[in-house]
Design a protein around this ligand. Structure first.
Ligand code: AMP
Length: 189
């Protein structure tokens, strides 16, 4: 059983590490970015609302994200744990997650914070070729990260729930560092 948040700036390698971690802990990987991209490509009501925000590199309004997560965390496959990737991304989202978890009698185990300097991120994101990866949108996403998302490092750090990992190391080293840190955490818990 593990309930984890994978945290970090855009381009830090959350998606790649999330795949490894969700298989290591056998928990579903819940990526709000993937859920929004699927909704946009299917043009669901949510997708239509979210599309402009994704295209501009802005955050989708908190209520829409929170509703989507609430629906996901009451499904049967998430009862034995989960890995959140890309959520929470604002302080209100983190408070909403707290309330949601307490209402369903669950608690967060750990937040893994992938630390990567901006210079690296820009280079990685430009090389990735996703639709929202043109330079102007990337710069906007990095700025949004620093303004609205980075304050969560303090939020979870103050609660001693944060594990910092050097996300600029080679992918396999990052995976190994996360697994070592989480194994140590769960063996003490
Ligand atoms: P990602 O794949 O995590 O980089 O997310 C891609 C885009 O989806 C972001 O730039 C936002 O527009 C939107 N998004 C994903 N997760 C969130 C969230 N927790 N809050 C608001 N917007 C989000």
């Amino acid at each position: 059983m593990a309930r984890l948040i994978l945290f970090g700036p855009p381009g830090a390698g959350k998606g790649t590490q999330a795949v490894e971690l969700s298989s290591r802990f056998t928990v579903p990987h819940i990526s709000t970015g993937d859920l929004f991209r699927a909704a946009v490509s299917e043009q669901t009501a949510l997708g239509v609302k979210a599309q402009g925000y994704l295209d501009r590199g802005e955050l989708v309004p908190d209520e829409l994200v929170i509703d989507m997560i609430r629906e996901r965390l009451v499904q049967p496959d998430t009862q034995a744990g989960w890995l959140l990737d890309g959520f929470p991304r604002t302080v209100p989202q983190a408070h909403a997650l707290d309330e949601l978890l307490s209402s369903i009698n669950q608690s967060l185990d750990r937040v893994v914070n992938l630390e990567v300097p901006d210079g690296f991120l820009l280079e990685r994101l430009l090389g990735r070729g996703r639709k929202d990866d043109n330079e102007e949108v990337i710069r906007r996403r990095l700025q949004v990260y620093h303004d609205q998302t980075a304050p969560l490092i303090r939020f979870y750090g103050d609660r001693n729930q944060l594990t910092d990992i050097d996300g600029s190391a080679p992918v396999e080293d990052v995976t190994a560092a996360i697994q070592t840190a989480l194994t140590a955490f769960f063996s003490q818990a």
